[in-house]
Design a protein around this ligand. Structure first.
Ligand SMILES: Cc1ncc(COP(=O)(O)O)c(C=O)c1O
Length: 435
């Protein structure tokens, strides 16, 4: 398997594009530089062909947007139909109202909805609405919300963000009620909202309900960031799955099967505040994405899409865990089955980096694309046979990995001279020789 065209394009990208990519997580040093594709030529169903003509089963799925599968016919058709009429105009297209209608019929908390473009935009809008509604400034946050200043102030990569903003946000850990309780008590009458996502673990029984009750006791709103979980865990997202209705919720990724649209939705009395706020984007009513949203959500409502994600996701997650255990490899996959998170449980960070690089390069060599340390995702287009192929490949790779663990042979088995880490900002990996 060769990646010559991918490497040629990326050499040019490194000269022309800061970081070489528009999405930090797509930087090739996070994978296995030189032994893993960088550029896609064509994506269909759960499969990708790269620019060198290699074909793969994909589990990265654009990091969340693809829930039905690449190029899903019903969504393609809706986009084509809207394209005949126009993408955007000085008047609004009917697609805005159609998308708002199906959205509010499907998402439990959504009495009203505003459409934006990115997940970070939707979460930033939710923060502004919550602050305007409560007249308070502090936000308690658990997890990643996107790149805007409002969130970056509490992120390790906060260079370039005004330091005063740090005072407007505090982070708290998921599934830890005492810590949240302490924070709310330390900042009485200051907290506008508590915002969280469902991360790599399922919420403890009663956790989300307790967060909502605590937030409300302190006069704060509960915002659920459903950018990843929305339309994936259930048509109505994590709030439907776990039976807890937030005041506001944010959506992006899966809501239009890969078309760029996001949303903030929630209680009508809270959402109405947005009428008088500076929340406005030229492309918010872009109709191709809204038509794709209507088609995607309709498909979720009419077919057993979410059931399929839970069942094939569990086969993937549990099959990988069983295989790793059989080979004595310290690998673990956890979390809700439609979005299993994967990690190697190794204390030595450099060893974990090398192990991941080996795993990704060997899975790619066997025709499977996976992601380092993040969510690997299933879609409605992944069949049981696809998962069987992935598990067969992983079983071989775990078997090959076992004797290399803790040995200098592992570094020699890598097809890159240096192993990038997720935290590293710059490209640090170089190809030993074209794989
Ligand atoms: C939970 C969550 N919220 C917000 C975002 C930001 O979304 P976007 O990258 O579309 O701005 C992400 C992105 O991965 C996310 O995972």
């Amino acid at each position: 398997m060769r990646f010559d065209r991918s490497l040629e394009l990326y050499e040019e990208a490194r000269r022309l594009i800061p970081g070489g990519s528009q999405t930090n997580s797509k930087r090739p040093q996070h994978y296995a530089y030189g032994a893993y594709p960088i550029y896609a030529k064509h994506a269909q169903g759960c499969r990708i062909e790269d620019v060198d003509g290699n074909r793969f089963i994909d589990l990265t799925m654009a990091f969340g947007p693809i829930v039905l599968g690449y190029g899903y016919p019903r969504v393609q058709e809706a986009i084509r139909r809207q394209l005949e009429h126009g993408t955007i105009a000085g008047l609004m297209f009917e697609a805005e109202v159609e998308a708002a209608r199906i959205f509010t019929e499907t998402v439990p908390c959504a009495e009203m909805v505003r459409f934006l473009k990115g997940g970070g935009e939707a979460t930033a809008a939710a923060a502004r609405i919550a602050r305007a509604f409560t007249g308070r400034e502090l936000i308690l946050n658990s997890g990643y919300r996107g790149w805007p200043d409002v969130w970056a102030a509490a992120h390790p990569l906060s260079k370039g963000v005004p330091s005063v903003l740090k005072e407007t946000i505090r982070n708290f850990p998921f599934n830890d009620i005492p810590r949240l309780d302490r924070l709310l008590n330390e900042h009485k009458s200051q907290v506008a909202a508590v915002i969280l996502e469902i991360p790599a673990v399922e919420p403890h029984d009663g956790y989300l309900q307790a967060v909502r009750d605590l937030a409300h006791k302190h006069g704060a709103l509960l915002i659920m960031d459903e950018v990843v979980t929305g339309f994936r865990l259930a048509p109505g997202g994590a709030q439907e799955r776990y039976g807890v209705i937030p005041d506001l919720a944010c959506f992006a990724k899966a809501m239009a099967n890969g078309m760029p649209v996001s949303a903030v939705a929630g209680r009508a009395d809270v959402m109405k505040v947005a009428e008088d706020l500076l929340i406005t984007v030229t492309y918010g009513g872009e109709a191709l994405s809204l038509a794709a949203c209507v088609a995607t959500v309709s498909e979720l409502r009419e077919r057993p899409v979410n059931e399929h994600l839970w069942s094939v996701g569990a086969e993937l997650r549990d099959g990988l865990n069983a295989s790793a255990q059989r080979h004595g490899v310290p690998f673990e996959s956890t979390g809700p089955a439609p979005m299993p998170l994967m990690r190697f449980d190794l204390a030595d960070k450099s060893e974990a980096d090398r192990v991941w690089t080996f795993f990704l390069q060997e899975m790619a060599a066997r025709g499977v694309l996976m992601r380092r340390g993040g969510w690997n995702l299933v879609t409605y287009s992944h069949t049981r046979e696809d998962i069987r192929i992935v598990l067969g490949a992983a079983d071989q790779v775990f078997g090959a990995l076992k004797p290399l663990l803790g040995s200098p042979q592992l570094a020699r088995a890598l097809k890159t001279t240096e192993v990038g880490s997720v935290a590293a900002g710059a490209v640090r990996s170089f190809v030993k020789e074209p794989a």
